[in-house]
Design a protein around this ligand. Structure first.
Ligand SMILES: Nc1ncnc2c1ncn2[C@@H]1O[C@H](COP(=O)(O)OP(=O)(O)OP(=O)(O)O)[C@@H](O)[C@H]1O
Ligand SMILES: [Mg+2]
Length: 247
């Protein structure tokens, strides 16, 4: 019944003590869609993403990945996920190559099989010459590029991304946009939270805006524009109009 819905939140709620970070979230994302999850600071985006990746247990409600309940079968669900967190952690004492090998081992993908893709990703991120260096010698942006490579290398069907563009230079932006576009064109799905609205406008087929833990609008940029009665077709103006209306 839900086969075309690869991501599904059913009445999901998350409380941190008194704070209700996410209120009754109902949301689904179809195959091949780049989905943008936008909202002001503190709106509940990272909390939602952590529940989607199984890092946080909802106070109530359920989250399904490809029809699999992430709480019931976390390992099965996580196998098809790649995750790019907002504050990535990589062991500083690993080299870039060792980090990528670790990712492949975790996902039980043969290093040999992944080799052409690994080469391709490191090449487009200009990291080929750095793979034998310790991660502690990488710049912030280079670490981010390595984390993105690590999330894609096992060929996941879905990637969940919390702020992909932070710290990336213009070339990195261009590369990530192209990578994400190709990823979806192959029938894969992206769930992405970002404050970089230009990127969301360019990439996302569908967007939800969350404000104070509640979804206030969902649709294409055009649909959001009509809902906001915006004169501009720029996502930035539409977003500001919709979120200001909630104040
Ligand atoms: N571990 C925690 N304990 C208590 N409250 C938390 C915790 N993590 C988040 N919150 C609260 O939950 C709400 C949602 O936070 P969340 O980090 O999900 O927002 P966000 O949309 O990702 O914001 P940003 O754009 O700043 O990244 C905020 O009110 C925040 O203060
Ligand atoms: Mg966040």
């Amino acid at each position: 019944m839900y086969n075309d819905r690869v991501i599904r939140f059913e009445n999901v709620r998350k409380n941190y003590g008194e704070v209700i970070a996410v209120k009754n979230l109902n949301l689904s994302v179809g195959k091949g869609i780049c989905f943008g999850f936008l909202g002001p600071n503190g709106a509940g985006k990272t909390t939602t993403i952590k529940m989607l990746t199984g890092l946080l247990i909802p106070t109530s409600g359920k989250v399904f990945i490809n029809g699999i309940d992430i709480q019931e079968k976390p390992e099965e669900a996580k196998k098809i996920l790649g995750f790019i967190p907002d504050k990535p952690f990589i062991y500083d004492k690993l080299t870039g190559k060792e980090f990528l090998n670790l990712m492949l081992d975790i996902y039980e993908v043969s290093r040999q099989k992944a080799e052409p893709f690994r080469k391709e990703l490191l090449g487009i991120f200009l990291l080929s010459g750095w793979q034998d260096e310790l991660v502690e010698n990488y710049s912030h942006g280079m670490k981010q590029k390595l984390v993105i490579t690590g999330a894609l290398i096992h060929n996941p069907k879905i990637i969940v991304v919390d702020e992909p563009m932070v710290g990336l230079d213009p070339h990195g932006h261009k590369v990530v946009k192209a990578l994400f576009k190709t990823f979806c064109e192959k029938g894969n799905t992206i769930f992405m939270s970002t404050h970089t609205l230009g990127v969301a406008q360019e990439l996302c087929h569908k967007i939800s805006i969350i404000e104070k833990g509640k979804i206030i609008a969902t649709g294409t940029v055009k649909e959001l524009g009509s809902q906001a009665r915006s004169d501009s077709d720029k996502l930035e103006s539409i977003f500001l109009k919709l979120t200001e209306a909630v104040e």
